[in-house]
Design a protein around this ligand. Structure first.
Ligand code: MN
Length: 739
């Protein structure tokens, strides 16, 4: 039996409520306090008989969430009211209409958004993923939904101790999976760190406690160290008349844990356990100059590591973070990270979006990054363009949350911010969907690179395009932004749709020629004949030319008896003499060799992968033990062995008349690199000869250009002509075929 002192509880409730009002006071407008009071009373009444798992009155929770909103995120009255009421609709008789009537439309829509994403998000649960997507949709209308949701989650994490173990694990992992990266992306660094720390506390309690103990044990040593480290800096800053504060802050438990894990080192060897932060009171106009002045002072005393200078003042991160970071060598031989920023920047860094937004409103000059606004616009367009499934979307979206950024430039010098690891192709899609879809490569800092080239900070990127280019499946492996992924998927879907339509038309035409009806029964038989799962799959293959339309004829001739014959020949053909006998009986006495491209209906054969023969090549057939007849080039590396040791299994084969079948061939190109070379090469391939390119990879090193092209050609003649034309491109030294 838990003893409950109701009087004590009532006092505590009022105390917490007053704290909210006190914190909100500077931002309250007329009537706001009344509104908050009304929301408090409604919530208090609605939850009056409810208790949390810990035994505490339920009202503590909405009160704490509201307090986090105002105190730690910097939100205003609407959010406080919404936070106080956030569980009322879900847990009590109150309906959304009641909220609308009593507190207005804005509060109602926010609570509606919050209610939609209630419950626990389970990875792999499409319903929850869909709910999450809905929540993100409201982001474009009102980012406060997400901010309050994060506050809600933070309070739940802080009170996780009273939950049963399995729920702790579930809630903690979900927090790590989703809410911590979301908080990070919204610039709520303090909350993000706390969520991560709490995650560690509940999932790996021993490690967590161990690190916390060690941080505490080393505290007095650290404080002494920091005091002596900052002493000369402080004196100089005072001498030069700066108004400032200096803090020496240990890093979060989770980030220390991460360092230990990543580098495989014990706590004692993590050198940057803390950072020194210098916060200046600066006028907006002189912020940047002041910060660099302080940088100059710091590096007068301590030598900086040139690789560890981060200037997020000139180029703020897309979540609004601004700061100047340097790592310097202390007198004791220890590296120390020094963060230099103004109090405005510090507030943005700690409290994120709301602070950022506040300053932005105040400042009409437009100073301060609009990266977050861009991000919200991007999320909105992503949600609108994505009609794929919700879980896939979640993965894409989450992938984008986690990554740090790279800053790259267009040829004209415009800055683009992409997630770390983004490729030239991501950049192309960032510029424009069409540019992405037509991208064949890029020039990064004047050097040619393939589409999957990873971009680095400061790269200047020019995208090369070709009208013949089309997105393919494997492009999805070459991009990491959800924008590019969504656009490629759109294009593939479109392409598939149009191939299906093409295929359907071809089949209708073919059947008409053969005086057969185009109806579902025939289509079903065709589908079965080609052993495909769906009619659309069949149309698609015809449309793409994977199924040669002329082979439809063989469907007409297709009868059970022939099927038997076909089977019989497969079984009987063991060597050259039986083959010749069979083929004569089937196709007439003049027939003694395999006609590639025609005899498909009577004999099973495949083109050998070891040498990829194409029409025009000298070839022979080889009867294999299990895989039917294989066609090899006479120049195949395996030919000698096959011809000499198994002569009785070799059959004559030749190509039939020129068919419009495309074969995959590979070319190797070497040349001297010059501007526009790759463009000229692809021009020859796609424009002049109407050849389809499957892939092109290009390497350029010290002025030497090396490329590998895979393309579809119709014959050796065709390929020879292409190689000749390619070798005439200025700068190309050698063109050779490879298998
Ligand atoms: Mn809640």
């Amino acid at each position: 039996m838990i003893q409950v002192d109701l009087e004590e509880e009532r006092k505590e409730i009022l105390k917490r409520y007053r704290r909210i009002l006190r914190q909100a006071k500077p931002i309250l407008k007329e009537g706001d306090a009344k509104l908050i009071k009304r929301a408090f009373n409604v919530s208090l009444e609605a939850h009056k008989d409810m208790r949390r798992k810990s035994g505490e009155p339920y009202i503590y929770h909405p009160l704490e969430v509201a307090l986090i909103c105002v105190e730690e995120i910097g939100l205003g009255t609407t959010s406080i009211v919404s936070a106080l009421l956030h569980d009322v609709v879900e847990d009590t008789d109150w309906e959304l209409e009641d909220i609308d009537r009593e507190f207005g439309h804005k509060v109602m829509t926010i609570i509606d958004g919050l209610t939609k994403i209630s419950g626990v998000f389970e990875y792999g649960s499409s319903q929850q993923a869909e709910n999450f997507r809905k929540m993100l949709l409201t982001l474009s209308d009102d980012v406060r939904v997400i901010l309050i949701k994060i506050a809600d989650r933070l309070n739940n994490m802080r009170t996780l101790a009273s939950m049963p173990r399995h729920k702790q694990l579930k809630i903690a992992s979900e927090t790590m999976y989703l809410y911590a990266p979301l908080a990070h992306r919204l610039g709520l660094y303090a909350i993000k760190s706390e969520l991560e720390d709490l995650y560690l506390k509940y999932t790996d309690t021993d490690t967590y406690k161990d690190i916390v103990n060690k941080i505490n044990e080393s505290k007095s040593y650290r404080n002494r160290f920091i005091r002596s480290f900052i002493q000369p800096i402080e004196e100089e800053l005072n001498r030069q008349g700066f108004s400032f504060t200096i803090k020496g802050r240990p890093k979060s438990v989770f980030s220390i844990y991460n360092k230990m894990k990543k580098q495989g080192i014990p706590f004692e060897e993590v050198y940057d356990l803390f950072a020194v932060r210098i916060i200046l009171d600066s006028e907006l106009e002189s912020e940047k100059a002041d910060c660099w002045q302080v940088y100059s002072i710091v590096t007068d005393f301590y030598r900086p590591n040139p690789d560890r200078l981060r200037d997020w003042i000139s180029t703020p991160r897309s979540n609004g973070y601004e700061s100047l970071h340097t790592t310097v060598m202390s007198n004791t031989g220890q590296w120390v990270e020094v963060q230099i920023r103004t109090s405005r920047m510090d507030e943005i860094a700690e409290r994120g979006y709301a602070a950022h937004w506040k300053y932005k409103e105040k400042d009409s000059s437009g100073k301060g990054s609009s990266g977050l606004d861009d991000w919200i616009t991007q999320v909105r367009s992503m949600l609108e363009s994505n009609d794929g499934n919700a879980i896939e979307f979640m993965d894409d979206f989450r992938g984008n949350l986690f990554h740090e950024e790279v800053f790259v430039f267009t040829p004209k010098g415009d800055l683009k911010v992409l997630p770390f690891g983004a490729t030239a192709l991501d950049f192309a899609f960032e510029i424009h969907t069409e540019v992405g879809a037509r991208c064949i490569g890029a020039k990064v800092n004047q050097k040619l690179v393939p589409i999957n080239h990873k971009l680095k900070n400061g790269d200047q990127v020019e995208i090369l395009t070709s009208n013949k280019q089309k997105p393919t499946e494997d492009w999805l492996n070459n991009v990491m932004t959800s924008r590019a992924k969504a656009k490629i998927k759109d294009a593939l879907r479109e392409e598939k749709k149009s191939a299906i339509l093409d295929g359907k038309e071809i089949i209708q035409r073919k059947l008409k020629q053969m005086k057969m009806d185009f109806n579902s029964e025939t289509v079903e038989k065709l589908r079965a004949f080609f052993e495909l799962k769906t009619a659309n799959e069949f149309y698609y293959r015809v449309g793409k030319g994977i199924i040669d339309p002329t082979t439809i004829k063989s469907f007409k001739d297709f009868k059970e008896t022939q099927k038997l014959k076909h089977k019989a020949i497969q079984e009987k053909v063991k060597d050259e003499s039986t083959f010749t006998k069979e083929i004569k009986s089937l196709k007439g006495p003049d027939h003694d060799q395999l006609l590639i491209g025609e005899d498909m209906d009577v004999v099973d054969y495949i083109l050998a992968k070891c040498c990829n023969p194409i029409p025009g090549d000298d070839v022979f057939g080889f009867v294999t033990v299990n895989e039917g007849i294989k066609i090899h080039r006479t120049s195949c590396p395996n030919a000698l062995e096959l011809l000499s040791n198994h002569g009785n299994r070799v059959i004559k084969a030749r190509w039939t008349s020129q068919k419009e079948i495309a074969f995959l061939a590979g070319l190797h190109i070497v040349g001297t690199d010059r501007v526009g070379l790759i463009n000229d090469v692809t021009k020859v391939i796609s424009n002049e000869l109407k050849v389809n390119m499957r892939s092109i990879t290009v390497d350029s090193d010290a002025g030497i250009f090396e490329g590998t092209i895979k393309l579809y050609v119709h014959s050796t003649e065709h390929l020879d002509k292409l190689m000749k034309n390619l070798s005439q491109v200025e700068g190309i030294i050698k063109v050779s075929r490879f298998d």
